[in-house]
Ligand binder design. Structure first.
Ligand SMILES: [Zn+2]
Ligand SMILES: [Zn+2]
Length: 248
């Protein structure tokens, strides 16, 4: 038995080495060959060049001017979420990675974003703060999922779940069919109707205290605010938000 499993591991290592020699991984931004391949598929130069969100509001992820501040003005009185994790600004290389992931369905670019999110998740929670019990991807309408064959928020949540061991609750929320948020003007985005997102399960079935909503880009925060209200009404005490990029 022991000999079998050692042989299997050795075979997998050899296959992996041959695969990497014949088809080496390349940087998701500059296409430079990467040996060995890092989990984020980025070379050190491109990783450093990403537009990091260096001093974000801890409740909505907006970049802050004052380095010692923790919240933006609006979040002092009405925080968007309990803890926002938004590591990148929606600009330049980060916007490029997100576009390639979301619209060209390139998993490599999604992994680059998920790994960047993971670094900030580790830095934010560390050993001091408890991690959420569940990850909840922001839902898209089933008609859109069927047409696209791709649910980017759910894929990001699954990647993060593999690294953090936090389970994904993908069927908790439902989105009504309608134009995606990105096709609307800022004014239209702010007027999201109350029934756009609903709970699939009765509130008492949710039975958890702390969740993180996962999405690709945080723009006006309207979607997040609706989802937070739904979850709070259902009895969830702490709602965090993990997004790859912050539009400003
Ligand atoms: Zn590169
Ligand atoms: Zn804020």
């Amino acid at each position: 038995m022991q000999r079998n499993s050692t042989a299997k591991k050795l075979t997998a290592t050899i296959v992996h080495a041959i695969y990497n020699t014949l088809l080496p991984d390349t940087c998701a931004l500059c296409e430079q060959i990467l040996t060995p391949a890092p989990p984020d598929h980025l070379c050190p130069y491109c990783r450093l060049a990403l537009p990091y969100n260096l001093n974000p509001c801890t409740s909505c992820g907006i970049p802050l001017q004052q380095s010692d501040a923790r919240h933006c003005g609006p979040c002092i009185n009405a925080p968007l979420v309990d803890q926002a994790v938004v590591p990148l600004l929606h600009d330049k290389e980060a916007a490029y990675l997100l576009h390639r992931f979301k619209f060209q369905k390139n998993i490599r670019e999604g992994q680059a974003l998920a790994q960047t999110m993971l670094q900030m998740i580790n830095a934010t929670y560390g050993l001091r703060k408890p991690l959420p019990q569940y990850l909840i991807p922001t839902p898209i309408a089933w008609q859109h999922r069927l047409l696209k064959g791709f649910d980017h928020a759910q894929i990001l949540a699954t990647m993060l779940s593999r690294e953090t061991n936090i389970p994904v609750k993908a069927n908790l929320l439902r989105r009504k069919y309608g134009p995606p948020q990105r096709q609307k003007t800022r004014a239209q985005r702010l007027k999201l109707t109350k029934d756009t997102y609903t709970l699939r399960q009765p509130a008492k079935a949710i039975n958890c205290q702390h969740v993180a909503v996962v999405d690709d880009v945080l723009t006006t925060g309207t979607t997040a605010r609706h989802i937070v209200q739904l979850l709070r009404r259902a009895g969830v005490r702490q709602v965090d938000l993990w997004c790859a990029t912050r539009a400003i």
